[in-house]
Design a protein. Structure first.
Length: 347
């Protein structure tokens, strides 16, 4: 049996749509086409995401993107078997756009729909890569709002080993960048600036590095960056590269060391890194080197799929359906879950 799955992502400031085909007997579903629109340029004037503007832009983009992926794949809308959408977590208004469009399409086509957990989409996105992982593995999920270490036994079988108790790694990048006067989005801007700086120029804290558990905390690092920026005063502009490099080094060291501890604790020999921060070059280089020395395999999403996208939503839906963990349904009275812990996901 073959299923053509349309996936819609609208949890924050990217509108993503994709088509995935799942075939019985095939090892993994296949990505046929995907399209993505980023709202970065629109939100730059405000220094961050404006939820109402994000929702309105999703409304404008989602149907044209749907037409684009159908055309790219050479498929008709009527051929879609399941319409998947991001149910949460995310911005409530933005989620409602994707959920509403998906359920309207499902009702119009008389096809089932499936709400997908946004973080599960990120978690399973490396299965879209040219080097997909195998279960089980340790997952480092690092994005703008989430930093978690998980033991992943299979689709829907997730055990959280550690998570952030305050700011996530992505927030630490973004907030530190803002303190340095960098533009939105701050994380990528800080990372680019850091490539020109000295990572040992400033001694910044590595919160919870020796805590003995696998939890994270980056709020204290942000405060330390603020303190250092104030000390520099008028010299900040001339030392931005060094402060950016020192900040990035502190964040990456914590992520790498905690991931290695999770591997040791779990006894597993495979790591998956997912989420927007997973595109960070220093994180990839240091984790690759550390894992190679321990004969541990590391898997990442393709760089263009690290950000929020429809492909990961369609893929997660396909893998859920193939594994039998969930069934699509024709209940079009949708709801969304702006706050939805991954370990509370329905089987």
């Amino acid at each position: 049996m073959s299923l053509l799955i349309l996936g819609i992502e609208s949890s924050c400031d990217e509108t993503g749509v994709a088509l995935v085909r799942a075939v019985d007997g095939a090892p993994l579903p296949t990505l046929l086409s995907h399209a993505l629109h980023s709202q970065i340029e629109m939100h730059q004037a405000y220094g961050g995401v404006v939820p109402e503007l994000a929702s309105r832009d999703h409304i404008r983009r989602v149907l044209p993107l749907t037409k684009a992926v159908l055309k790219q794949a050479g498929e008709e809308l009527s051929a879609v078997d399941v319409v998947a959408y991001t149910r949460g977590p995310g911005l409530a208004g933005a989620l409602l756009v994707g959920a509403g469009v998906a359920c309207a399409l499902g009702a119009a086509l008389d096809k089932p729909v499936l709400g997908v957990h946004h973080l599960e989409g990120h978690l399973l996105s490396p299965f879209l890569s040219s080097d997909p992982p195998e279960f089980p593995f340790v997952a480092l999920l690092v994005s703008g709002g989430h930093t978690q270490l998980m033991r992943v036994e299979g689709v829907g079988r997730y055990e959280i080993l550690g998570e952030t108790i305050d700011d996530a790694a992505g927030e630490a990048f973004d907030k530190s960048a803002k303190l340095m006067g960098l533009g939105y989005p701050g994380g990528p801007a800080l990372s680019r600036l850091a490539e020109q700086g000295d990572a040992k120029a400033f001694k910044l804290p590595r919160p919870l590095l020796h805590s003995g558990d696998l939890d994270f905390s980056f709020a204290g690092l942000k405060t330390a960056v603020l303190t250092q920026a104030r000390k520099l005063g008028g010299e900040l502009e001339a030392r931005k590269e060094d402060l950016a490099a020192s900040t990035q080094a502190a964040i990456v060291e914590v992520l790498v060391r905690k991931t290695l501890a999770a591997l040791q604790q779990s006894g597993l020999s495979r790591v998956v890194v997912a989420g927007g921060v997973g595109a960070n070059r220093l994180l990839r280089a240091q984790l690759d080197a550390a894992c190679a020395a321990r004969r541990v395999r590391v898997h990442y999403p393709e760089l263009h799929l690290c950000t929020d996208n429809g492909a990961m939503i369609a893929m997660a839906a396909a893998m859920r359906l193939q594994s039998g963990r969930q069934q699509a349904n024709r209940d079009y009275a949708f709801d969304v879950k702006p706050r939805w812990p991954l370990d509370a996901i329905a089987a």
